[in-house]
Design a binder for this molecule. Structure first.
Ligand SMILES: C[S@@+](CC[C@H](N)C(=O)[O-])C[C@H]1O[C@@H](n2cnc3c(N)ncnc32)[C@H](O)[C@@H]1O
Length: 395
């Protein structure tokens, strides 16, 4: 996730419709806070703000991603991203056979680019399934795929839940983990507070209370990995990461899971100097840190703790096949050759692709902050995306 513009420094005016929508979302969350006795865990707040049916950011038809949306992502920046992922999928499908399951497909851009490149490589999967919680994004995906690859529609299928029977192939998720609701905590010296949400003077407010034993134990384990935190240190973790991951991968029989997201191994994620956590909100191409602003109109996300993801995948009996930066992953898959392939003889197009590649690769843009991680089950294809550098020792 990447803001397209500048950080939030001034308030942007809302249209009358937007104001009404934000008020409806605010009222629904406020009612749940009241029903719960005046306090709601942040994880539940984030779930409502993003996914409450008909209200949440991902459930209520705002523009969200891509040009003119709230933020942009690698597939929205360049087709090179999907072309490289297609090459990685081709290697896996060669050994595992089967299809592709994309989780959280956004606008459908990545699906179009992966399918298009796999077609030219003559490695089209039998099926390309999409699992996405957002009904309006599913509709947007269907329209884009219909426009761009109408002849491939018979291979496409939208799922309402992870497959319940064994399947072979690739599971693919770009920037979905960062959208899973997180719990927020604060180190208070001898113990931990859970930072929840209350309502006062017409707005949401942070409201601390002593962490339940399970949360205190989880936070204690994070602290042990990180070094000394100062009193008042605030951060997040994602309690639903492990069960969600397990439900997704448990029926993968032969194949691989490819995760792409921004985040860090645990020891770096919870460094003492990162004392305000990693929550990041996007509204009209501006990035800021206030999750209570314009509920339902803005995205809320948190960085991914890749050590937690590794633990979750290991607990689901997958084998780690690689962990690297987005830059190394794309370079390992020959992004330069993909530029030549996509541009053909068109030099102006080549130059455009070169400038897109810069955004995907440069350390100050997406190249380092975003990571790629692969897990396999029942296959050992040797993944080119992780051949240049593998940072698994940092997990
Ligand atoms: C930040 S967007 C990324 C979209 C796309 N992958 C891209 O890179 O442009 C997050 C996507 O994940 C979907 N999503 C969020 N939580 C999900 C979940 N639990 N299961 C499936 N999809 C989910 C959202 O609806 C949205 O399509």
């Amino acid at each position: 996730m990447f803001p397209q513009g500048v950080p939030m420094d001034d308030e942007l005016p809302l249209s009358a419709d937007e104001r009404r929508h934000a008020e409806r979302v605010r009222a629904a969350i406020r009612a749940e806070i009241a029903a719960a006795g005046g306090w709601l865990g942040f994880e539940r707040f984030m779930e409502l703000a993003l996914y409450a049916p008909g209200l949440g950011y991902y459930s209520a038809g705002t523009h969200k991603l891509g040009r003119g949306g709230d933020f942009t992502t690698a597939p929205e920046i360049s087709r090179l991203f999907g072309a490289c992922i297609a090459r990685q999928c081709a290697q896996i499908l060669e050994e595992a056979g089967g299809g592709i399951l994309e989780v959280g497909a956004g606008s459908g851009r990545l699906a179009v680019d992966v399918l298009t490149r796999l077609e030219s490589l003559e490695r089209l999967p039998d099926r390309y399934c999409i699992l996405d919680v957002s009904a309006d994004l599913r509709e947007r995906q269907r329209r884009l795929l219909q426009d761009c690859v109408p002849h491939l529609l018979p291979r496409l299928q939208w799922l309402d839940a992870p497959p319940e029977t064994p399947f072979d192939g690739v599971i693919l998720a770009n920037e979905v983990l960062d959208a899973l609701p997180v719990a927020r905590f604060r180190w208070n010296g001898p113990g931990f507070d859970e930072l929840g949400v209350g309502f006062a003077d017409g707005d949401f407010v942070w409201s601390p209370r002593r962490a339940e034993p399970a949360m205190a134990q989880a936070c204690g384990a994070l602290a042990a990995a990180a070094g000394a935190w100062e009193h008042g240190y605030v951060s997040e973790y994602c309690p639903r990461l492990a069960p969600w991951t397990r439900s997704l991968v448990e029926n993968l029989r032969r194949g691989a899971v490819l995760w792409f997201d921004y985040g860090l191994p645990r020891a770096q994620y919870y460094l003492p100097e990162r004392q305000d956590g990693t929550l990041i909100c996007h509204y009209r191409q501006r990035a800021h840190g206030d999750p209570f602003l314009h509920p339902g109109l803005q995205d809320i996300s948190a960085w991914v703790d890749f050590t937690a993801l590794a633990e979750a995948c290991m607990a689901a009996s997958c084998e780690l096949a690689g962990f690297t930066t987005q830059a190394h992953f794309l370079a390992g898959l020959g992004i330069d050759g993909e530029m030549r392939f996509l541009a053909g003889p068109d030099e102006a197009r080549f130059l455009r692709l070169a400038s897109e590649a810069k955004r995907l690769l440069m350390p100050g843009e997406m190249g380092e902050r975003f990571k790629a991680m692969a897990w396999t089950r029942g296959v050992d294809p040797g993944l080119s995306g992780f051949a240049l550098r593998d940072f698994r020792h940092t997990l």
